[in-house]
Design a protein around this ligand. Structure first.
Ligand code: NAD
Length: 487
């Protein structure tokens, strides 16, 4: 592990205190746009995770007994504190993850929205008085917090993902230990400072960075952790589900996607191409809801291909902190190499490159993890990127003839997170939308996220929802009280 004593030394948040790892070890976080080191991050392990679980378990009784209104005040204060530091943290998101500043600002906004919305929604976590068929008895349900939750998040949405989990959990009365991805730990530790500044009671939220398997193992094996909320790859999700089975722990799984995007010949071409381009190249293609398989009806295939390729060639790629940049680097060189592999495989099987298809060339890109916005046509369905999540700025275009055919094609994968339809025929949009096997369908729309709306997938894309009323349910148990009454 390289060290650089001049770099800022970040700290974990455990029991309300900013702490270094028990091991004393750190690792260095770097900027994918230029390879520059950003900060030193504590390399925590099971010992730190255990201390954090101790703190979360100790904080749970008092936090869960607070009224929902009292917890709401804490969350609004936290939202205020985050608003005050939103520009600074957005810049850290850009420098550590690579996305352009306006996308990072969007993450901050979603974080603040989530805090404020769940602060209020938890006040409406009603139970019910159930009409009872048995005389002399009353049936009552009550919503209660699940308990201590372990949260594990990926690097591609490093700030908003914290609040998509922490806001409903804390609002519901749960306490939490959160583990960010290694690559974006500095973002999480900046957010940890905000938790401390907002004086969220000690132990209610803890942030531990470092060795993923060791920290994850504490979540899996410690009986006090009642739930694991995970966002990340399907492979790691599967591993955690297996581990959670031993203690029958509750889980929420937000996993990988392989979104179909369907352009029918009756779509509004200008608006559709703009929308598909912005979805495909969002976060340099590193989005779980990103366009993975673009199916274009044959009569408009050539025009869509040409215009998408023109768009890709004109995009300003660079360091996301610079004005006018619309696409930043990939998160690391491993990601670049994976995209290279997938493109080589597709081209080897007959795909034609219409734009991009290589790393960005030139001095400005030499030290960063840049891959050019890429458009490929004639992609055979045997190409790996048809069935695998690309997670890079590569638009793969396929052709289709009929509605029935494209519904079958779209559904013929193991994933089901998001899907998109472009058509001006509303009958068709509803008919096809209802048949697509995915948790979310965009109809002439690619923006799916809002604090108010349930987000999540079916099939191997996951279990459960984040956002909306459904996102609160993930952190609540329903308890039945059966009461004897002398009528
Ligand atoms: P990843 O699965 O490699 O890592 C996710 C998190 O899991 C990280 O914090 C990592 O440190 C941790 N982890 C890895 N191994 C672990 C282990 N053995 N025990 C415990 N934790 C472990 O995923 P990634 O590369 O960081 O993120 C990209 C993936 O996330 C993509 O597949 C993407 O689709 C998915 N994602 C899904 C959603 C959604 O809402 N469905 C949102 C964003 C990203």
């Amino acid at each position: 592990m390289t060290q650089d004593a001049r770099l800022p030394l970040a700290a974990m948040l455990i029991d309300g205190r900013l702490e270094q790892a028990q091991s004393g070890e750190t690792f260095v976080s770097t900027n994918p746009a230029n390879g520059e080191p950003i900060a030193r991050i504590p390399f925590g392990d099971d010992r730190d995770a255990r201390l954090a679980v101790d703190a979360a378990a100790a904080a749970f009784p008092a936090w869960s007994k607070l009224s929902a209104a009292a917890r709401a005040k804490h969350l609004h204060r936290l939202a205020d504190a985050l608003e005050r530091r939103r520009n600074e943290i957005a810049l850290v998101v850009t420098s550590e993850e690579g996305k352009p500043l306006h996308e990072a600002q969007g993450e901050l906004q979603l974080s603040i929205d989530s805090l404020r919305w769940y602060a209020e929604e938890a006040r409406r976590a009603y139970g019910a008085w159930i009409p009872d068929p048995v005389p002399g008895r009353r049936l009552l349900t009550q919503r209660q917090p699940v308990g201590v939750c372990g949260a594990i998040i990926p690097w591609n949405v490093p700030c908003a993902m914290i609040f998509r989990k922490a806001a409903p959990a804390l609002a519901a009365g749960c306490t939490m230990v959160l583990k960010p991805a290694e690559a974006t730990s500095y973002v999480a530790l900046k957010v940890a400072e905000v938790f401390a500044e907002a004086e969220i009671p000690a132990g209610v939220i803890n942030v531990v960075t470092g060795k993923a398997s060791a920290i994850g193992n504490v979540f899996l094996t410690d009986h006090r952790v009642r739930k694991i909320s995970f966002t990340g790859s399907t492979d790691v999700g599967r591993l955690l589900l297996r581990g959670a089975a031993d203690q029958i722990k509750r889980t929420s799984m937000e996993l990988g996607g392989n979104a179909p995007v369907i352009l029918f010949e009756d779509c509004d071409l200008d608006a559709s191409i703009r929308a598909v381009a912005s979805l495909k190249f969002l976060n340099a293609g590193q989005a779980c809801i990103g366009a993975n398989r673009i199916y274009v009806q044959s009569s408009i295939y050539e025009e869509v291909s040409r215009r998408l390729a023109d768009h890709a060639r004109q995009m300003k790629v660079g360091d996301g902190s610079q004005a006018g940049v619309v696409m930043g680097p990939l998160v690391d060189m491993k990601a670049v190499e994976k995209v290279e592999e997938l493109v080589a495989d597709a081209v080897g099987k007959g795909a034609v490159l219409r734009a991009g298809g290589s790393r960005m060339q030139g001095e400005a890109y030499e030290r960063g993890c840049f891959y050019a916005p890429t458009v490929m046509t004639g992609v055979p369905r045997t190409a790996r990127l048809h069935d695998e999540e690309i997670f890079g700025p590569v638009a793969a275009l396929y052709t289709f003839e009929t509605e029935d055919e494209v519904v079958d094609l779209a559904n013929n994968v193991d994933y089901g997170l998001s899907a998109y339809i472009f058509t001006e025929n509303m009958d068709r949009a509803i008919r096809v939308g209802e048949q697509l096997e995915s948790g979310m369908v965009g109809i002439n729309e690619t923006r799916l996220g809002a604090a108010e709306a349930p987000f999540g997938g079916v099939k191997m894309s996951g279990i459960g929802r984040e956002g909306g009323r459904e996102g609160l349910d993930e952190y609540l148990e329903t308890k039945l009280l059966a009461i004897r009454v002398k009528d």
